[in-house]
Ligand binder design. Structure first.
Ligand SMILES: [Zn+2]
Length: 117
């Protein structure tokens, strides 16, 4: 994969990650204003939540995606991004463009979703 494509995918991954974390921020604020209206000091602490704590505010599906996004970013740093975690072959760029945080090539994904009996 060329550097320009990789840089573009990295940008999408970071944007998506920010989106998810912003979503948790909103959830946090709603919870704070609704439930903890009387304990003003605690709201300040809540807004300083670490990324890890925010992570647990997400729905299960979002957590899986956010995890995959983080792993993808790590892989970009390590230089092994775009390789299938199962068979280690390069994932098609078209697939990465559609789902930049995908872990598997189409073949392995299909096998995982439709296991042979
Ligand atoms: Zn594979």
């Amino acid at each position: 994969m060329n550097k320009k494509n990789l840089a573009n995918l990295k940008k999408i991954l970071i944007q998506k990650k920010t989106e998810f974390l912003n979503k948790t921020n909103n959830v946090q604020r709603e919870l704070s204003s609704g439930l903890n209206a009387t304990i003003g000091d605690e709201i300040d602490t809540a807004t300083q939540n670490s990324e890890k704590e925010m992570f647990f505010e997400l729905a299960a599906n979002d957590r899986i995606t956010l995890n995959a996004i983080n792993d993808a970013l790590v892989k970009i740093e390590k230089g092994n991004y775009g390789l299938c975690e199962c068979c280690n072959s390069p994932i098609l760029f078209e697939r990465l463009e559609a789902i930049p945080w995908t872990r598997y090539c189409i073949k392995c994904q299909e096998e995982a979703e439709n296991p042979k009996r």
